[in-house]
Write a protein that binds this ligand. Structure first.
Ligand code: PLP
Length: 391
């Protein structure tokens, strides 16, 4: 589905930004809507996705996992095989290419786990643009390998010491930078969040995932999947997988959020499972807030899901019942991480492992003849330290 002219999916989305950003956002919207249909732009983008990112990524039938669960047939969409190790690059290549078309010379971004920072730094290097990435001091400590990667790619990493020194504070700083430098600067947002047109634009750049799945599954199974399962942080890999099947009402969508220590504790990041409607980072959506509207601290074993908001299109899917949102705990994720690595020979990102853990817990709810596609959003080498610490 598409949002209305003002960027609303039902009652969610829109643009809640300072007046000083309106011009830049209007310019971005105009350019994006033009380029979206531009043959040359799309050819360029497809060329980079193919030869630089490594698309199409495989749709892999996980025989061992399927046998073990004695449940449905389970396929994995292998975004872990994208250049830089996750789906994030599908979006950053698109946005930085767009920045180049508008004539911007400077790229900014924010990052939590560092995955989006690395993907942005990579695209900026490819297209020869200056790049600065905001990152909370706490995250810089936790994710030193990704900080090094960004530096090697020629990006300046700017430490953020306000608030909880994590992702939401880095986003606030990046927004401030954008307001001050809007003339020459393009803000690359890393998930399907933020003011219109970002949720739509990021969704469309990531929808290459779902489009490939449709084609690949039709060719091996001769039919559409019964169910799609993906982890939800800000919601970009999941919406990229789901949205193509929006009108195929028989295809079920299941989004898996980070349950952390459990939803009965304050330590989780289950925005759709436990949040309420509010405004965060320029969009109206489900957020985790206290009764005064203050953003609550979040927790997840996976830094990439550790965010107190979610994309507005997911909020719409939740309210309309198109998708179901569930959560799994850190503990369940750790168990699934080991099991999956050992039996499939693939080390999944802890984020993606949420979707795997959901399948382990719920295989019995499916029919044996069902076909399920699970989004494997990234690879897990980056997580070996965190896993060790939690053992
Ligand atoms: C960032 C990240 C996520 C979460 O972001 P979404 O926008 O919800 O996709 C999930 N998996 C991996 C591997 C990530 O790096």
């Amino acid at each position: 589905m598409n949002p209305n002219k003002k960027g609303y999916f039902g009652k969610f989305g829109g643009r809640f930004v300072p007046e000083t950003l309106m011009n830049a956002i209007e310019e971005l919207t105009d350019t994006y809507f033009r380029m979206r249909k531009d043959k040359k732009f799309n050819q360029k983008l497809s060329g980079y996705l193919k030869d630089f990112v490594g698309r199409p990524t495989p749709l892999y039938f996980a025989q061992n996992f399927t046998n073990l669960l004695k449940g449905p047939k389970i396929y994995f969409k292998r975004e872990d095989l994208c250049h830089t190790g996750s789906h994030k690059i599908n979006n950053t290549i698109g946005q930085v290419l767009l920045a180049k078309e508008i004539g911007k010379t400077r790229i900014i971004a924010e990052t939590g786990a560092g995955q989006h920072g690395v993907a942005t730094a990579t695209a900026a290097a490819l297209f020869g643009l200056k790049c600065e990435v905001y990152m909370g001091e706490e995250d810089i400590k936790r994710q030193s390998v990704n900080v090094e990667r960004m530096k090697l790619l020629g990006t300046k990493v700017v430490p953020v010491s306000s608030g909880t020194k994590t992702l939401k504070d880095a986003i606030n700083e990046a927004m401030r930078d954008w307001v001050a430098n809007v003339e020459d600067t393009f803000y690359v947002i890393g998930s399907a969040i933020g003011p219109h047109p970002y949720p739509l634009m990021v969704r469309n750049f990531q929808s290459v995932i779902g489009k490939e799945v449709r084609k690949q599954l039709l060719s091996v199974e001769g039919r559409l999947p019964d169910c799609l399962v993906a982890c939800v942080g800000g919601g970009s890999n999941s919406i990229g997988l789901f949205s193509t099947f929006y009108n195929d009402k028989k295809v079920k969508f299941i989004g898996v959020e980070a349950g952390g220590f459990g939803l009965n504790t304050p330590k989780h990041s289950s925005t759709l499972g436990a949040g309420s409607v509010g405004i965060l980072h320029g969009t109206k959506t489900y957020i985790l807030q206290d009764k005064h509207g203050q953003i609550l601290p979040t927790h997840s074993i996976s830094a990439g899901l550790d965010y107190p908001g979610v994309g507005p299109e997911h909020s719409f899917y939740k309210e309309s019942g198109r998708a179901q949102y569930v959560s799994v705990t850190d503990k369940e994720v750790l168990k699934a991480f080991h099991l999956f690595s050992e039996i499939e020979g693939i080390i999944p990102a802890l984020e993606s492992t949420h979707a795997i853990a959901y399948m382990m817990k719920n295989a019995k709810k499916f029919k044996k003849s069902d076909v399920v596609v699970v989004g494997l959003s990234g690879r897990g080498d980056k997580d070996s330290g965190i896993v060790e610490e939690n053992e």
